[in-house]
Each structure stands twice: as C-alpha cells, then as structure tokens.
Design a protein around this ligand. Structure first.
Ligand code: ADP
Ligand code: ZN
Length: 296
C-alpha cells in the first residue's frame, strides 16, 4: 500500500502541471495544461482533481508552487494570489482559494522555486543539506532554497531573478527584456531574453554559438553573488534553458574563474561538479516539490 494521496500543482509561465500521488514512486495521475488565461486553466485544474478523486479517492492536501510574484502573507486578504505579474491576465489571481473551496483540504502555497527546493531537499540533489539555492532558468528566472533548514521567506520571497549583474555594453549591446528593469538577470538570461537578443529561440543554437558563453557568464555572475551572500552548500540549476547539457560545465568553469579562489572551501575548489548541479528530480523538481509541500 502506498499511503494517503496528495495533490500537486506547478503553475508555470508556459504550462501548469498537475499531479496526484502518495510519493514520487506512487503517481496515480498527471496532467499538463497550457498557461492560457486563468478562467480557462483554473477550471481545468479543478476538473483534473475532481476526476482523479472520483477514481482514486480523496486527497489529504494540495501543494501549489507558482510563478510570481505571489502573496505569502497569511494575514493578507490576497494570501494565495499571484500579485502584480508582468504576465498578461495573471495579475491579482487567486490560486489557493478556488482549490480550498472546491476540495476543502489544506493547501500549501509557495513560489515554484521554493517548492522545487523542498522537493530536491526531500528526494533530490539537496538531501542532507540545510543551506542551498535552487535557481530556475526558463520563461523567467527565479530562485529560492533553504537557509539553516528553513525555506527562504522574508519580507515577501526572494526575487533572485531580478538581481543586477554587470553587462558590458560592448560585448552585449542587448538592453534586456525585463519590463521592470531591462537588463536584470532575468532580462538578460531567461529563455525569452535569449530569443529577443538573437532573434531565434534558445533551442536553435548549437553549443558553439556565442549565445551560450554570454548565458554562462550571466548565470555564473548570479551564482557568485549568491555564494557570497547566502553561502549555500550547493546550487541547483533547473528550468528549460538548462536542458542544454553543455551549459552546466561552462557555468562551473566561469564560477571558478570569477570567484578566483576566494571562497576557501573544497566543495567549490575541488568539487565544483557536485557544487553546481542539475536537479536530482530533473524536470519533475517543481511538481514533486509541490507534492512534498502538500505532504509536509
Ligand atoms: P516555465 O518557465 O513555464 O516553467 P520552462 O522552464 O520549460 O517553462 O521554460 C521555458 C523557456 O525555456 C522558454 O523560453 C524556452 O525557450 C526555454 N527552453 C525550453 N527548452 C529548452 C531547451 N531544450 N534549450 C534551451 N531553451 C529551452
Ligand atoms: Zn527584472
């Protein structure tokens, strides 16, 4: 027997993933919906859970990991909402309320990257660690993780994707795609930023294309900033753009070169291959992380 069933939702800028499972080895249903408008997707998500419950029985809880910004303040009237996102139609959208109303179970809610971090901590590349970073490089760039065993929250939640990284305008004249900041990290290195700079999607370039040297440089700068501020025991890089397998070794090399032997830990100096890593759960990190949040 496999224990109680939980629901999970990963709300992404491109796709919504839904799952019902009692653990990564016991998945009873899974579905993917395009991120159309809320009035289309949210009923699809609720219908998915309704049908699965009919077939397999009730859920003990639901976990939602969402693109942001989101409201995580439990005392706020807009707790559980996506707040002021640049994504059209998705500002001020209640994600938690409709699920709670439809199924009457506890709904855990966090950023997609904090969810992925919880999943990686429980089942993936961050097992046994208490301070680590999870970055996703996809439609947007987001970062989360744990510090001293606690999921990173604060005033709101980290917005690592919008940190500034130096851009040399002679090397990279592209002024950035972030509607708020232009050339912040997300504005320079997200999938859409790559496409806007080079006029073709990120999937179109081979390993030798200059797009990747630039990409590795911006991501390495961000990682170095995080190493210097958070002192993570590991940095996990997920998201669609990281599916280019040659990117990870390029980033590691650039991290070492930018740090220039300053942070004196063997974890970095001699074990960089296990310091900057892909998610142990692969593309399932986000959705399994939402499941882990529901269970916890
Ligand atoms: P989401 O942001 O919705 O969670 P993804 O993490 O898959 O989804 O990010 C989608 C972005 O990643 C798109 O901008 C796309 O261009 C880029 N992307 C997806 N697959 C690849 C790939 N194999 N190589 C490079 N870029 C990719
Ligand atoms: Zn920005």
């Amino acid at each position: 027997m496999s224990g109680p069933l939980y629901g999970a939702v990963e709300a992404g800028g491109t796709k919504f993933l839904c799952m019902v499972a009692s653990g990564p080895q016991h998945i009873v249903a899974q579905e993917r919906f395009d991120t159309a408008t809320p009035s289309v997707v949210l009923p699809q998500v609720i219908e998915f859970f309704r049908q699965t419950i009919e077939q397999h029985g009730k859920l003990s809880g639901i976990g939602v990991g969402s693109f942001g910004p989101i409201d995580l303040n439990r005392n706020s009237p807009s707790y559980g909402y996506i707040t002021a996102t640049p994504k059209a139609h998705w500002s001020n959208i209640d994600l938690v309320g409709p699920l709670r109303k439809a199924f009457g179970v506890p709904v855990a809610f966090d950023t997609d990257v904090n969810a992925a971090a919880v999943g990686e901590h429980r089942w993936g590349a961050a097992q046994g660690l208490d301070t680590f970073i999870y970055l996703t490089i996809g439609t947007g760039i987001g970062g989360g993780g744990m510090v001293a065993g606690r999921v990173m929250h604060g005033l709101v939640h980290p917005e690592m994707g919008h940190m500034r990284v130096p851009r040399d305008a002679e090397v990279d004249p592209f002024t950035g795609a972030c509607p708020f900041h232009g050339d912040c990290l997300e504005g320079l290195a997200s999938g859409p930023a790559i496409e806007a700079r080079w006029g073709k999607p990120a999937t179109a370039f081979d390993a030798n294309h200059p797009a990747w040297k630039l990409e590795a440089d911006y991501l390495a700068q961000a990682i170095v900033n995080l190493v210097c501020t958070v002192s993570p025991q590991r940095v996990i890089l997920g998201g669609g753009v990281m599916q280019q397998a040659f990117l990870l070794p390029m980033i590691r090399e650039r991290v070492l070169s930018l740090l220039n032997n300053y942070v004196q830990s063997p974890a970095i100096l001699s074990e960089i291959d296990s310091y900057v890593v892909a998610p142990g759960l692969g593309p399932q990190a986000g959705i399994l992380g939402s499941l882990a949040m529901a269970m916890e």
